[in-house]
Design a protein around this ligand. Structure first.
Ligand code: HMG
Ligand code: MG
Length: 318
């Protein structure tokens, strides 16, 4: 480490020059909190993330408020952040009702969220995999028709808490359906954090072989088994340039037991900066934001980098 709180830069060959970080802390992070964070705190969180240089910040979800009460304030929150200059603010929409709510507030970037497994499709969407794909079709068409950009999440791409390891063909089937529907990009979710780098390479290669090009693919790793950074590096070496991460390592899914926090954005930025890759993120500001958020939540940040760079963090020794 240098005295400026930054890693030494030693570029590695054959890596993309620039990575777009898709920040999910305000959505994936806060949807899983036991207590509901006040709307004003969420607004400040998003503003501070933007101030730290993040340009894609997933803001909230227009899902059923009974299913995810932590994000039931989407209508109050979104208008307070939608004008942030130079920032895309994707929101999750499971169905046409969710899309209508998002479009009414001027959302331009939306995400549908599919599952590679039947068990999670049922738990998360109350639908079979095919029924959920049918539910997404008009959502994608209408969002595209309104000039929007659509991301398609696929959860349980590597393993599922009910079904165990997930066959690659099963994941490829759902991914190609979302691309055929018109999704602009996919995010490959390791919802319960069980993936390892060889598995990541296998899935990315299988998708390429089925005609899904690497620039369409993003990766979304949860860090349950400490594999998120290793898996990210495998994806970068494959040419992936969109990486999902959550400030401070917040996150999880209330409908998947054993889902823990996402890859922490700070841990990601530390590695990317060390590799000489551009992210546009100011690590110091980001760490300060996550340390502040940890105080709001009353517990230490799970991010190793946040802890290492927060000498005055009162939660650090706990
Ligand atoms: P359902 O119970 O089957 O709903 O839930 P329904 O379609 O039968 O409708 C029932 C009632 O809900 C109706 O009202 C609808 O209008 C209303 P009624 O006629 O009875 O008065 N309703 C809505 N209200 C507001 N907003 C809506 C909405 N939709 C229906 N959008 C549903 C189906 C999809 C709604 C439900 O399952 C749901 O909301 N699920 C969301 C689950 C969720 O948010 N999970 C977390 C995000 S995914 C994730 O975290 C994974 C990810 O990070 C990637 C990874 O890590 O793998 C993305
Ligand atoms: Mg997730």
């Amino acid at each position: 480490m240098t005295d400026r709180g930054l890693p030494m830069t030693v570029p590695a060959a054959d890596l993309p020059q620039r990575v777009r970080i898709h920040e999910v802390g305000a959505r994936d992070g806060l949807q899983n909190e036991k207590t509901t964070v006040p709307t004003g705190t969420k607004v400040e969180f998003i503003r501070r993330l933007a101030d730290a240089g993040l340009t894609t910040i997933e803001a909230t979800s227009f899902v059923h408020p009974r299913w995810v009460p932590q994000l039931a304030d989407a209508e109050q929150l979104f208008p307070q952040v939608r004008e942030l200059p130079g920032v895309a603010l994707p929101v999750l929409v499971p169905n046409e009702r969710g899309l209508e709510r998002a479009l009414a507030l001027g959302a331009t970037h939306v995400a549908v969220f599919a599952s590679a497994t039947e068990s999670f499709a049922k738990a998360n969407l109350n639908r079979t995999v095919d029924e959920s794909l049918t539910m997404f079709e008009p959502v994608v068409a209408r969002a595209k028709g309104a000039g929007g950009r659509v991301r398609g999440y696929v959860s349980m791409c590597f393993g599922d808490p009910w079904e165990g390891p997930v066959p690659v063909e099963q994941v490829v089937h759902v991914c190609t359906a979302l691309v055929d529907m018109g999704c602009d990009e996919l995010s490959l979710g390791d919802t319960i954090g069980v993936a390892t780098p060889g598995h990541v390479r296998e899935l990315l290669t299988a998708l390429n072989e089925e005609g899904v090009p690497t620039p369409t693919l993003g990766v979304h790793f949860h860090d349950t088994y400490g594999q998120a950074l290793a898996n990210t590096l495998a994806a970068l070496q494959h040419g992936v340039t969109t990486v999902d991460a959550s400030a401070g390592g917040l996150g999880g899914c209330p409908f998947a037991k054993s889902a823990t926090g996402n890859l922490a954005t700070e841990d990601l930025v530390w590695m990317l900066q060390g590799l000489g890759m551009e992210t546009g993120v100011d690590l110091g500001r980001l760490v300060a934001t996550s340390a502040w958020m940890a105080e709001q939540l009353g517990r230490p940040s799970p991010s190793r980098t946040v802890r290492a760079l927060s000498p005055h963090d009162s939660h650090k020794e706990q």
